[in-house]
Design a protein around this ligand. Structure first.
Ligand SMILES: O=C(O)CCC(=O)C(=O)O
Ligand SMILES: [Fe+2]
Length: 284
């Protein structure tokens, strides 16, 4: 029996009692709707091969290879491997692998002209302690903005780049660095739910367009304080076989990055677009 239960006040839903390999369209419809309603969805207890994970992920949109070529699976470029090659050949911990996604709250792909619709992870190996993923709702962040900020941001765009102001591009090949920033409305109207969210990423935004540099910097700093609202959070503690998908149009996330480095924490990961050919790397 499929069970769908909410696991957080405004964000987070868990689906159990289902084998995603066997879902037909009628079985998938309530699961997709639960994801739209709750932003982050956990499906527990799956035993998948990579092709099975890709087939299930295809139901949510168009899978696009991630721009970080060095972390793609050698045979399945649509799969990004998280937590593989964590140690350099001389035994040093490679922080850009170990702490990937742990630098701070972010959305995925804000550097693309059309940001990812969703990111989906499958838990392959889970450490004994730590290694959670944290989520926060962009709807809750928007709702919490003051009337002044809502009015100021109405119709305003932001410029976003992969490395942001810090230009951290360690996981990119040289040819993929320094592409022009992508421009997105900061108040984003969700294409399926119609709800407004704060589309924001402190590590990727470089400028609020149309604002003087000082005001732009002030707005960037101020918006960061709204990202995580008390009842707009969900923290996922991983079990092997969990699938977690987040709606990247209306949420933020980060990896806790706190697990014992000598233990394995491995995920298969896909980036999912809303339309075919949407990402800047879609031509590959
Ligand atoms: O490893 C995690 O928990 C999440 C990493 C991340 O930010 C991502 O996969 O986009
Ligand atoms: Fe991420």
């Amino acid at each position: 029996m499929v069970q769908i239960r909410r696991v957080g006040a405004q964000i987070g839903v868990e689906v159990s009692g289902v084998d995603v390999r066997k879902l037909d369209d009628a079985g998938f419809a309530p699961i997709y709707q639960a994801w739209l309603d709750h932003n982050v969805m956990v499906v527990t207890g799956q035993e998948l091969t990579i092709p099975e994970f890709l087939r299930y992920s295809d139901r949510f949109g168009f899978i696009t290879p991630h721009p970080s070529k060095s972390t793609r699976h050698p045979e399945y470029p649509k799969i990004t491997m998280l937590g593989i090659n964590k140690f350099t050949p001389d035994g040093k911990l490679n922080d850009s692998i170990y702490r990937r996604g742990a630098e701070g709250w972010h959305t995925d792909g804000a550097y693309d002209p059309v940001p990812f619709k969703a990111t989906q992870l499958y838990g392959v190996a889970v450490p004994d302690t730590g290694g959670d993923t944290l989520f926060a709702s962009g709807y809750a962040a928007y709702d919490a903005l003051s009337q002044r900020l809502k009015a100021r941001l109405d119709g305003v765009n932001g410029a976003f780049s992969y490395g942001g102001k810090r230009k951290s591009q360690a996981l990119l090949n040289p040819e993929d660095r320094d592409v022009p920033p992508a421009i997105h409305p900061i108040v984003r109207v969700h294409s399926e739910t119609g709800r407004k969210s704060l589309y924001y990423d402190p590590g990727k935004i470089i400028e609020v367009l149309g604002a003087e540099p000082a005001e732009s910097d002030d707005l960037i700093a101020e918006l960061e304080t709204y990202m995580v609202q008390p009842d707009g959070q969900y923290r996922h503690k991983w079990r092997v076989g969990d699938i977690v998908i987040w709606d990247n149009r209306c949420s933020y996330h980060k990896a806790a990055g706190d697990y014992p480095p000598e233990q394995d924490r491995i995920h298969w990961r896909v980036s999912i677009q809303e339309f075919p050919q949407a990402g800047r790397l879609a031509a590959e």
